[in-house]
Design a protein around this ligand. Structure first.
Ligand code: SF4
Length: 333
């Protein structure tokens, strides 16, 4: 099985192919023989946030508290580089709201990411919107990072009511100077107006919008069998589930051209809006977080906190596999 997809990106243009390793696993590789993961995700061991989202993933998955060990970031990125791994993007993530970490810590992390700039096609900063009210932190990340924010509704009042926040970040003076990805959460209450919502995001936020993600909430990213928390129960009651994904795919296929075939590594569908804004649905058909590497407490782990196995089995020639993969489908984004 193979597919080829060429993407225009902010930084470069490279041809990626889905290749299958001798052990049966899929990876995405480029013409340099590097594996291309989706994101390098940076997660803190402490939680702080100014919002009260009823579905807060950080509060469902209570990872062990401890030291962040930020000083190990450089070594961890060097290890990725030595293993021949690059990423679509680095994500400055939670726990909680990362713009509430101390500014000197954030500045140091940003400088470390700058040293490994060649590993990332672009950079994301996940925020509930707080960074748009924090000029000192915005100045560190705002010029070069895309801000990724989850919304429950295009309507500000409804969004603020569900996610329980008071300051409307779209009214911040820094908002028009930012680039933004919205994670539009798929809920039972908003499915019927999905197409109108997509048009609304493009019309209202076209000047700042980098992409729209359609998000199926995960009731528990750490242990799918533990669903007793009030956040998991809220998701089960209000959110669309992964079994609803195919219905969304069919709706989107009927209205937008598909770019990039589905592949089991990235586990996502992508469409192009006529405005040039990409719309992505993470299908959740594969193991959660497979194409991501998480930095947590100075270690590289997966979402189950298991150590990442970065090095390929001995004798694996990724470039040869990339060449042999051929071009069953070729999509330009
Ligand atoms: S913004 Fe993120 S961390 Fe904060 S409450 Fe919402 S989901 Fe949790």
């Amino acid at each position: 099985m193979s597919c080829t997809f060429t993407r225009s990106k902010e930084k470069d243009v490279s041809t990626k192919r889905l290749v299958q390793l001798p052990n049966g696993e899929f990876v995405v590789a480029n013409e340099l023989g590097q594996r291309v993961y989706k994101t390098f995700m940076v997660v803190s061991a402490s939680f702080r946030c100014d919002k009260g989202c009823p579905c807060c993933t950080a509060q469902i998955t209570t990872w062990p508290k401890g030291e962040d060990c930020w000083e190990r970031m450089d070594d961890c990125l060097a290890r990725c580089e030595q293993a021949g791994i690059t990423f679509e993007y680095v994500t400055m993530s939670g726990n909680g709201e990362p713009s509430m970490y101390p500014a000197d810590v954030l500045r140091g992390l940003k400088e470390t990411f700058d040293r490994y700039d060649h590993l990332f096609e672009y950079r994301r900063f996940q925020t509930g919107g707080n960074i748009l009210w924090e000029p000192e932190v915005w100045n560190i990340f705002g010029p070069t990072y895309v801000f990724e924010t989850t919304r429950m509704s295009l309507d500000d009042a409804e969004d603020m009511e569900i996610l329980r926040y008071r300051r409307n970040y779209t009214e911040s003076p820094l908002f028009p100077r930012s680039r933004v990805v919205f994670n539009h959460t798929l809920l039972r209450r908003n499915e019927h107006r999905l197409l109108a919502d997509i048009e609304g995001y493009v019309r209202r936020f076209g000047n700042v919008l980098a992409a729209v993600n359609l998000k199926i909430l995960n009731p528990n990213t750490f242990d799918p069998n533990v669903l007793s928390s009030r956040q998991s129960q809220w998701i089960l009651k209000h959110g669309l589930g992964k079994n609803d994904g195919q219905r969304i795919v069919e709706l989107m296929d009927a209205h937008f051209p598909r770019v990039n075939d589905y592949n089991p590594f990235y586990d996502r569908y992508e469409w192009m809006h006529p405005s040039g804004i990409k719309i992505t649905l993470y299908a959740r058909l594969a193991s959660y977080g497979l194409p991501n590497i998480v930095f947590y407490q100075g270690k590289l782990v997966d979402y189950g906190l298991k150590p990442q196995r970065l090095e390929l089995p001995e004798g694996t020639d990724i470039l040869a596999l990339w060449r042999a993969a051929g071009e069953q489908s070729h999509v330009r984004a």
